[in-house]
Design a protein around this ligand. Structure first.
Ligand code: NCD
Length: 308
């Protein structure tokens, strides 16, 4: 049984397959094709213990487009028996008897693994606290591949909350696994530098990285992909002053430090770190990135349920 709890659960070959089929789903939708209902008779259960827009809706849409059905709880803390004190293991043991696959979002890092260990069906981690968000990384990577050749090795700069941003953690792991990255820069407040274990991983693979506390034209001039995240304030009490936080906001001036061929990604939702005035910049790809989530998740569901 195939769970996707972390990028570590996927081989290079599996990632290539997912991306290739996602390309097919994207191009066939653009040409008006009706998707074959290959997931007919399959049931996806979405069990979200924390808020979500893109992850839940795109998984549910993906399942529906492929002919499958969906049941779920968008607020499992309040609306499932967890509100009566049921623990995560009992909850997953039971609900996994009702469906073919589960996408879950969890409050604490490590909870996705705990749930998968007792589940009767595959579990996909839709984000576990400050841990990982592997399917977001897959759609980020899919978007990157639309702008850079497969053979290109790129420099990626992460701007924002690199400590608690689980999408950052998963994307770094994925870039390493796919041998895609030449150099990684982390621009964040020193209290929000990435977790030590991520830096150790980069060192193990001899990938150069820099941690700096503010934007620098030298680094941004040499950036291919700028990956911006919001402050993940719901996950702990690291409070920065307004002045400190605004150091990590993009604007019409500092964006000019990026090359014209660069792309800017953001997993969304955004706060003030990217003002809407930048939405029309040719390098702005965050909405396209979010829409790509549909095709990548169609491919993930089809691949895990082993239906081609
Ligand atoms: C991200 C998440 O949940 O980690 N959102 C998403 O799934 N697109 C990013 C975030 O919440 O900041």
């Amino acid at each position: 049984m195939k769970h996707i709890i972390s990028i570590d659960d996927l081989s290079k070959q599996e990632i290539d397959n997912i991306l290739r089929e996602a390309t097919y789903y994207k191009s066939s939708r653009k040409s008006g094709y009706q998707y074959a209902h290959i997931l007919n008779n399959k049931l996806l259960l979405t069990d979200f213990y924390a808020p979500s827009t893109r992850t839940r809706f795109s998984f549910e849409a993906a399942m529906s487009y492929l002919g499958g059905s969906v049941i779920g709880s968008e607020n499992a803390v309040e609306f499932s028996s967890v509100s009566k004190g049921e623990n995560l293991c009992d909850n997953f043991r039971v609900i996994s008897g009702y469906c073919d696959i589960i996408v879950g979002r969890f409050i604490n890092e490590g909870d996705a693994k705990i749930a998968a260990d007792v589940s009767l069906v595959p579990v996909i981690n839709g984000g576990d606290g400050s841990g990982e968000h592997p399917t977001q990384a897959l759609l980020d990577y899919f978007t990157i591949n639309e702008y850079f050749r497969e053979s290109d090795k790129i420099t990626v700069t992460f701007l924002g909350d690199n400590l608690r941003g689980r999408t950052v953690h998963s994307l770094v792991k994925l870039l390493i696994k796919m041998n895609k990255v030449e150099r990684v820069n982390f621009i964040s407040h020193p209290l929000l530098y990435p977790p030590e274990k991520l830096l150790t991983l980069l060192e193990q693979y001899n990938i150069k990285y820099t941690n700096i506390p503010k934007m620098s034209s030298r680094l941004l001039n040499n950036t291919d992909v700028l990956y911006v995240t919001r402050m993940q304030n719901e996950r702990g009490d690291i409070h920065l002053s307004n002045i400190e936080v605004s150091t990590y906001w993009l604007n019409t001036n500092n964006i000019e430090m990026l090359p014209l061929y660069a792309i800017i990604l953001h997993p969304l939702p955004r706060n003030k770190e990217i003002p809407p005035v930048l939405d029309n910049d040719p390098r702005a790809k965050w909405f396209e990135q979010a829409w790509n989530g549909l095709y990548v998740r169609m491919s993930i569901l089809a691949n895990i349920l082993e239906i081609r």
